[in-house]
Design a protein around this ligand. Structure first.
Ligand SMILES: Cc1cc2nc3c(=O)[nH]c(=O)nc-3n(C[C@H](O)[C@H](O)[C@H](O)COP(=O)(O)OP(=O)(O)OC[C@H]3O[C@@H](n4cnc5c(N)ncnc54)[C@H](O)[C@@H]3O)c2cc1C
Length: 353
């Protein structure tokens, strides 16, 4: 059983069903991608300063580029390019990373220095790793495609059904839902920010917290140039194009224990425009269209660094919780889902033995 039909649960369900595992997906909302996934900007790039995330993101970008991996027959990637800005002291690290990405993906990643502007983005004194073959995906479309594939491989996907509790019953999980109890061979909780206030039996061994993420969409009119997706590692500020004439902008919103459906924070929205003007000077006259606020599951600071494990145990045998994605679960979902599915199958076989 996979609990949650966000991008993580959908990827896991697809990879399990593809291996012939009998899969049921339980989603509390009437439709998939109702949590962080449905509000996500979907920026994807292969480089990440965290090597665990970078490893997942590199393999995931290959999947997002490959039309053969999708029920639609089309690769979901909008390859507008990705620019990662950093402090000039990071130049050797970025150069090394560019070489590794190009070796693995046959791409044209490169580092720019002493350059004021690249791919429509002012670097504001930074250096940048440019990945021309990266960009963004529509996370809800990706989720829907994986669920189509999972169903075609025999999975059952239930919407509007909430898991209330999971308990051990004869060595296997017994799952209590709105519609009664279900005996499962194993359970994977891919509940995103809901993991911060866990359903009994789904509590991850290392607690996570929900943290707010807020983004605004603004109008981008000529002479403002088209631009690549962007993140600045010095500040955490980011942006991506939305179609031909809009741009999504964001900066960290350090509000912890924030529900997914909290109302937008107008002060933070104004601060975001002011900050991103350093990289997109045309923002000073751009019309603000709307602001979206949601939350993702985060490993709180001081926990001892990033969790490297993809799955954490719970206090119920054969019940697992997916790691918190710290605001970056879309760029890792294809490969994370594949590895998590493999781990679940290994768990099942270890028990059979
Ligand atoms: C505004 C915003 C912008 C972002 N931008 C990016 C980006 O550019 N690039 C990137 O890589 N990442 C980005 N992220 C992060 C990324 O979207 C998340 O890490 C990812 O979507 C998390 O997916 P998930 O499936 O783990 O969680 P979710 O999408 O939250 O899915 C969890 C699902 O579990 C269901 N659920 C919860 N509890 C239960 C229960 N008891 N019973 C049944 N169902 C339950 C929920 O209804 C929900 O559908 C962004 C996030 C936000 C909010």
């Amino acid at each position: 059983m996979v609990v949650g039909a966000g991008i993580s649960g959908a990827s896991i369900a697809h990879h399990l069903a593809r291996q012939g595992v009998s899969v049921v997906v339980i989603e509390q909302a009437p439709q998939p991608a109702a949590g962080a996934t449905g509000r996500s900007g979907g920026m994807v790039r292969a480089y990440d300063p965290d090597p665990v995330i970078g490893d997942l993101a590199l393999a995931s970008l290959a999947t997002y580029r490959d039309p053969g991996c999708w029920a639609s027959g089309r690769a979901p990637l909008h390859a507008v390019g990705a620019v990662t800005a950093a402090d000039p002291a990071q130049e050797p690290t970025l150069r090394q990373a560019a070489g590794q990405l190009n070796d693995a993906l046959r791409t044209s990643a490169h580092v720019v220095t002493e350059c004021d502007q690249v791919a429509g983005i002012h670097l504001a004194g930074g250096v940048a790793l440019v990945e021309p073959e990266a960009g963004w995906v529509a996370p809800a479309e990706v989720t829907a495609d994986w669920l189509v594939q999972a169903r075609a491989d025999g999975a059952v996907v239930c919407h509007g059904l909430r898991v209330h509790a999971v308990q051990a019953d004869g060595g296997r999980p017994l799952v209590r839902t709105d519609a009664g109890t279900i005996s499962a061979g194993a359970v994977v909780a891919a509940v995103g920010p809901w993991a911060a206030d866990p359903t009994p039996g789904l509590r991850p061994a290392s607690p996570v917290r929900s943290r707010s993420i807020q983004v605004s969409v603004v109008e981008r009119r000529p002479p403002a140039p088209p631009h690549a997706t962007f993140v600045d590692l010095r500040t955490g500020w980011y942006a991506k194009p939305v179609g031909a004439d809009r741009t999504l902008i964001g900066m960290p919103h350090l509000v912890w224990d924030s529900p997914v459906d909290s109302p937008p924070d107008p002060t933070h929205a104004q601060a975001t425009v002011a900050a991103l003007t350093a990289h997109f000077p045309w923002l000073t006259t751009a019309a603000h269209l709307h602001t979206v606020r949601a939350a993702d599951a985060y490993h709180p600071p001081g926990r001892g660094g990033q969790a490297s494990e993809l799955l954490e145990g719970t206090d119920v045998p054969h019940v697992w919780s997916v790691r918190a994605w710290n605001g970056g679960g879309v760029k890792t979902a294809p490969e994370a889902g594949r590895r998590i599915a493999d781990a679940c199958v290994a768990d099942a076989f270890s028990d059979a033995a």
